[in-house]
Design a protein around this ligand. Structure first.
Ligand SMILES: Cc1ncc(COP(=O)(O)O)c(C=O)c1O
Length: 374
């Protein structure tokens, strides 16, 4: 029986410094929204060239809180790419707004031309959420130009892309805000967690209030003056100090882990160029890809269909997956408005193959041999 090659694996999560940090937190007696969270926010925002960082308990909370703080609700329509995880669109519906799908390019990222077409024909659009899919930055300069012309908000979904850049500028610093995920399988993790980055102090303040029941004073401020008001409807989206300790440790390793992902990706690219009928999309010299996922496309001249390739890999204990079915294919989103032609075509072709930092060369060779030996 051979060992399984997983789709994801997160190295270096539990190190001595995390155990020491957890001990410090326990001894401090302050377990949530405290000095570790503040430090994590400051360093994370700095790395993403943003003046404000607000730590929350997931990227879904980050997206929801940003949209809500910007006043998005019923009567608003928000553009979401047709290929993304459902959370990107769900937050719009949870706020009572309408979702309109934008078609994607062959690399899966939002297609600016499709966005432009939607904005020319729909007057009620208030915002767009570009998703830096698989870790590849979207065409942000083009998207920002279109968004400015139509005066709509831009919230970047950076769940797959901490540390990714365009011409050296990090994602999360282009739009009105960036939303990151620290879920267990992401490029950096706190188990569960998320972050908002922004240069807008009012937006940051709105998200800070929403994450803590819309109280007018933070837990720290209440230590010295108990008096507080609740001046809106908030929620509990707080990050604990334990998660912040993990985040600080992961942040130190992020550049190295992303570099390791790029090395794995480079070996896949070389191998795939020799395999008839398998392709990969995502090369762009101006963009620093961070390869949350490595997604191959199965073309007609490959001997297997995408589903057959999935089964072929499974039989060899190699785990793969599909990211993502177009939202219009999901039961809840059936009948959703928008453009999905290219997204539907991609859906039959895409397969995510094992990708994680420090992947052993022998494991990667097993995947490559399986892809080539069909
Ligand atoms: C593109 C995208 N956006 C948002 C999310 C939601 O992130 P979280 O699980 O941290 O809420 C995910 C999670 O997988 C995602 O892939």
């Amino acid at each position: 029986m051979v060992d399984e090659v997983p789709l994801y694996s997160v190295p270096n999560v539990i190190g001595e410094e995390i155990l020491e940090g957890v001990r410090d937190v326990l001894e401090s007696g302050w377990l949530t929204l405290g000095p570790k969270t503040n430090e994590f926010e400051e360093l994370f925002a700095g790395l993403h060239q943003s003046t404000q960082g607000v730590a929350v308990n997931s990227c879904t909370s980050a997206l929801y809180a940003c949209l809500r703080a910007l006043g998005i609700g019923p009567n608003d329509t928000v553009v979401v790419p047709a290929v993304t995880f459902s959370a990107t669109a769900n937050v719009v519906r949870l706020l009572g707004g309408d979702v309109i799908l934008c078609d994607v390019k062959d690399n899966g990222n939002i297609d600016p031309e499709s966005l432009s077409g939607l904005l020319d024909t729909h007057e009620d659009i208030s915002a767009v959420i570009p998703v830096h899919l698989y870790g590849l930055p979207c065409d942000m300069p083009e998207i920002l130009k279109i968004a400015e012309e139509h005066e709509i908000f831009v919230i970047e979904d950076c769940a797959h892309a901490p540390g990714a850049t365009i011409d050296g500028q990090p994602v999360g610093s282009f739009g009105d805000a960036g939303c990151f995920s620290f879920y267990a399988t992401k490029n950096m993790t706190t188990g569960e967690g998320g972050m908002v980055t922004t240069d807008d102090p009012d937006l940051a303040e709105g998200v800070r209030k929403l994450r803590n029941h819309h109280q007018t004073r933070s837990p720290d401020e209440k230590k010295h003056d108990w008096g507080y008001d609740v001046d809106g409807l908030g929620f509990n989206f707080r990050m604990s100090e334990f998660e912040a300790v993990m985040g600080l440790s992961q942040l130190k390793r992020l550049a190295r882990m992303n570099e390791s992902r790029r090395e794995v990706a480079h070996r896949y690219q070389e191998a795939i160029s020799d395999i008839q009928g398998l392709t990969w999309e995502g090369g762009d010299s101006q963009k620093e890809h961070v390869f949350h996922l490595f997604v191959v496309q199965v073309q007609e001249d490959y001997p297997l269909t995408r589903n057959e390739l999935y089964d072929h890999l499974s039989k060899q204990e190699i785990i793969s997956g599909v990211h993502y079915p177009p939202l219009s294919e999901l039961t809840y989103y059936q009948g959703v408005q928008g453009k999905t032609k290219n997204a539907e075509e991609l859906f039959d072709r895409i397969l995510s193959i094992p990708m994680y930092p420090d992947m052993m060369t022998e494991d990667q060779q097993r995947v490559i041999d399986a892809l080539g030996g069909t």
